[in-house]
Design a protein around this ligand. Structure first.
Ligand SMILES: Cc1ncc(COP(=O)(O)O)c(C=O)c1O
Length: 483
């Protein structure tokens, strides 16, 4: 979370920087709940700013519910942050994941049905993808290589596609053999196979929190338990807490979206990835990584996966977010578990459509993929920026919004307790607006004041109006909690 709404000044304002430092100290516990914050005068002297700026810093912290002003005593860390803080401290008791509640079912049903304003998914309009080119390639290849359709699917995938995936992996720090790749029906199958190959029912998996809800439900269905490790201020998992779990042998695996996380949109920096990978190896923790958004990173360099730092990490990815969501082409790479993964694949879905694989292989081989990716990233970055600006402008003071480094989604966080996301979800649904409600990203209530928005379907009057409408409902909810 980088931007908190409220106030006219730019992000770079001095008072914001100081407020961020204080928030950091609150989050890490250096400034515990109820402790006294520096006075206006002390702050002004310490940071070499005017009294007005110092006061504005404290008022900002107050507006954002980090601080409370006590008459004649000054400013104190808000007591109710204790509650928030305690949520940020991981609960080391592994949790069973509840089956889908009615609302999550509704959410998933909505994902599968038509919806007027599509802010609930994590992908985009078909215009974003090279579907015409892929369609043409499939037609040509269907004619010229009838065996692609006429033969039984054998082995672990289309050889050329596996070669192309291995070739591209060198660019992001992974020297992998095509023999250690298996093509799946989407990235989700790749993750499911990896977890089944490496874990047994009852095992405990560390996940980033908030956690993409499909992964939570997958863990539930595999009878695995979970420990949720919340993200720190930087927007990625708290590395010390995570590796502490490894060292205490509290988990058997770490399931991570370490690049362009869904929903927070951040990537774990390389040094931290290297550290996590080393700690996992030293403590026999299996890393399963979901790198489906890696290729959508907006920056100059594509972020490295965990696999770049350990040969033991199992890397799962695919083309649903970059080429064509409807093709369902994913893949998994593992050095240690490929035989087990292949056997599980054979006895579940047996194989993956060869024609689809061949078309994607040709797109990768011809260089068309890189040109397409450059365009896709540009468009996504522009769409995310527009939606983010609209949220910053329309939503009530105290709302926070993520600043993604890639991908499709924004994570919106209202002030604690100011939103019942379940009722917002229902209101929105009745108005034909899909959102992903925060509570489905956790095993408890910690994200009941949050929701995820998808910017992938472009920016137009209908989306703009939907954002305005959501903002009004959130404002109403805020006013009701303050009354
Ligand atoms: C993090 C993450 N992993 C995997 C998937 C699904 O991948 P696939 O459609 O290739 O199975 C999604 C879809 O939204 C996702 O957000």
């Amino acid at each position: 979370m980088t931007d908190v709404i409220g106030g006219q000044e730019s992000q770079s304002s001095r008072y914001r920087q100081i407020a961020e430092q204080i928030k950091q100290a609150i989050h890490t516990g250096t400034l515990p709940p109820d402790s006294r914050l520096p006075s206006v005068r002390t702050l002004a002297t310490q940071y070499n700013v005017s009294l007005t700026t110092a006061l504005k810093t404290l008022r900002t912290l107050e507006d954002e519910h980090y601080a409370v002003a006590r008459p004649k005593s000054g400013f104190f860390v808000a007591p109710r942050l204790q509650e928030k803080h305690s949520l940020a401290v991981i609960n080391e008791q592994p949790r069973n994941i509840a089956p889908l509640d009615e609302q999550t079912e509704l959410h998933l049903a909505m994902l599968g049905s038509d919806c007027r304003v599509r802010l609930d998914l994590a992908n985009g309009d078909s215009a974003l993808y090279p579907v015409k080119k892929i369609g043409l390639l499939m037609r040509q290849m269907g004619y010229s290589k009838p065996a692609l359709l006429g033969n039984t699917v054998k082995g672990t995938g289309y050889a050329l596609l596996k070669t192309e995936i291995a070739r591209r992996a060198v660019d992001y720090g992974c020297n992998i053999s095509a023999d250690d790749i298996l093509i799946t029906n989407g990235c989700i199958e790749a993750i499911s196979l990896s977890l089944r190959a490496t874990l047994k029912p009852g095992d405990i998996v560390a996940v980033e929190s908030p956690c993409y809800f499909v992964l939570l439900q997958m863990l539930h269905n595999l009878n695995l338990r979970v420990i949720e490790v919340e993200a720190g201020q930087e927007g990625y998992v708290n590395v010390e807490k995570l590796t502490g779990l490894f060292r205490r042998k509290a988990v058997q695996a770490f399931l991570t979206i370490c690049n362009i996380n869904n929903p927070l949109g951040k990537s774990i920096p390389n040094e931290q990835k290297a550290y996590i990978a080393r700690q996992a190896d030293e403590n026999d923790v299996v890393i399963v990584e979901d790198d489906i958004f890696g290729d959508t990173a907006f920056g100059e360099r594509r972020p490295f996966p965990m696999r770049a730092f350990s040969p033991n990490a199992i890397l799962c990815s695919g083309f649903s977010k970059t080429v064509a969501p409807g093709m369902r082409i994913g893949w998994v790479h593992s050095v240690n578990y490929m035989r087990k993964i292949a056997s599980l694949k054979y006895t579940s879905t047996m194989g993956t459509s060869m024609l689809s694989q061949a078309a994607i292989a040709e797109l990768l081989r011809s260089g068309g993929y890189d040109a397409h990716l450059r365009k896709l990233r540009r468009e996504l970055a522009s769409q995310i920026t527009k939606m983010r600006q609209a949220v910053l402008q329309e939503f009530p003071a105290g709302t926070r919004v993520s600043e993604p480094e890639g991908g499709y989604v924004l994570w919106v966080e209202m002030p604690l307790k100011a939103l019942n996301v379940r009722s917002l979800f229902l209101k929105a649904r009745n108005a034909g607006i899909g959102i992903a409600p925060g509570h489905i990203f956790a095993t408890d209530h910690r994200f009941d004041h949050c929701f995820r928005l998808n910017a992938g379907f472009g920016w137009n009057a209908e989306v703009e109006q939907a954002i305005r409408q959501l903002a009004q409902w959130c404002q109403q909810s805020l006013t009701d909690t303050q009354d």
